[in-house]
Write a protein that binds this ligand. Sequence first.
Ligand SMILES: CC(C)(COP(=O)(O)OP(=O)(O)OC[C@H]1O[C@@H](n2cnc3c(N)ncnc32)[C@H](O)[C@@H]1OP(=O)(O)O)[C@@H](O)C(=O)NCCC(=O)NCCS
Length: 216
Amino acid sequence: MKSRNADDIEVRQVAAAGTEELMTFLLAHYYPEEPLTAGTHPPEPEAADKEFLLSNVPHGTCFVALHGGRIVAAVVAGPKDIHEPEHMAEEAVKYAGGKWGTILHLLSAVETATDVCRRFNVPSCLHVHALGVDPELRGRNLGGRLMEAVAQRGRELGHQLISVDCTSVYSARLVQRLGYQLINTLRYVDHLDASGQQLIRPPPPHESVQTFVLHL
Ligand SMILES: CC(C)(COP(=O)(O)OP(=O)(O)OC[C@H]1O[C@@H](n2cnc3c(N)ncnc32)[C@H](O)[C@@H]1OP(=O)(O)O)[C@@H](O)C(=O)NCCC(=O)NCCS
């Protein structure tokens, strides 16, 4: 799947052979700024986090934007079903104690609160896990174009819904512009550990994770 615009950006589905290049891009331009990754220690993502993102590639639901043959933006998405809240809770327990476990603790709380498949009575949903744009090319709607490529793929696969937990104010603004509906907000100051301490401390201006959906 390819699409090329007048500005010489090519949007391409990530194939199995492209996983290493995808991860190289994510490590350079997604993880360092992504608020949950930036708001937990150490700065680098854990292996299980990276493995999880790459495990979505075989679904054909991950896309990159290329400029002069170089990746300048990427989106990672994958399917989920009505069992996702229970699945996320199990994953959070499995990885508890480390950086990825801390991130999953928050994402599991969000999944339990939103429960999108049951809430909208759909058998499945395509969930966007990661979106990143090279800082040099931000503000050119590359994130929007990749989100549209994912939505189109979602329709092809028969999903009736697409969801995204926007951990960044920038991604939240972006999906609102695309017509997504806000269904939940969890402020980082309100997500506490067992001793009442704030678990994740993203840098400003990020204050909350906002979940949005779009009906396909
Ligand atoms: C979220 C993200 C992909 C959006 O990038 P994008 O698609 O270029 O965003 P937009 O086209 O909507 O940009 C709109 C405006 O916000 C600015 N902007 C976007 N992301 C920005 C950022 N991280 N920091 C500062 N400004 C940013 C753009 O420059 C643009 O400004 P302009 O209107 O003055 O031109 C990008 O911020 C990013 O890669 N962030 C790091 C990873 C991350 O946090 N991902 C989201 C997790 S859910």
